[in-house]
Design a protein around this ligand. Structure first.
Ligand code: ZN
Length: 158
């Protein structure tokens, strides 16, 4: 396993779209719109997370160990900066391996267990399903994932 995949992040409110993209790529990213700067720095220190932000104030805070100041306002450009800075190597099998809502890894679930939980056309056309152990959301490889893959193509190694 590549050790860069084990880096953990925390995204400031001003870059939460970036946080979402990183989660979609399978990275462990905490974010919450209600975090104050101090709370965010505290969580980063406790959980050894790298702070992603556009706010210069974090660079002045004594409790901040690792922080990346994002240059661009564009989430895709920010993602590029994170990938380049930390030499991340996103792979196709990692995409959507984590619940976008809860930030926990999702688990493979048997098809018959989701029969009452997904739309019937999805059940008929899909064979592989995953469940978030935290919020119980059901995930499958649908067209929305293909769309994400198209948008993220330039970042994906294999
Ligand atoms: Zn979840």
């Amino acid at each position: 396993m590549n050790c860069s995949t084990e880096l953990k992040f925390i995204a400031d409110e001003n870059v939460c779209k970036l946080g979402r993209w990183l989660r979609i790529l399978g990275y462990d990213v905490a974010y919450h719109s209600q975090f104050s700067d101090e709370e965010l720095a505290g969580i980063a220190l406790k959980e050894k997370r790298i702070i992603l932000t556009r706010d210069h104030d974090f660079l002045e805070m004594k409790t901040v160990e690792r922080c990346l100041l994002l240059e661009s306002t564009s989430p895709i450009q920010q993602l590029k900066q994170v990938v380049d800075t930390f030499n991340l190597t996103p792979t196709e099998d990692k995409i959507f391996s984590r619940c976008v809502k809860c930030n926990v890894p999702i688990e493979r679930i048997e098809k018959r267990a989701v029969v009452s939980k997904v739309p019937s056309y999805v059940y008929k056309t899909q064979d592989t399903f995953y469940r978030c152990p935290s919020c119980e959301s059901i995930y499958w490889t649908g067209t929305h994932i293909e769309n994400f893959k198209d948008r993220l193509k330039s970042f994906i190694i294999a």
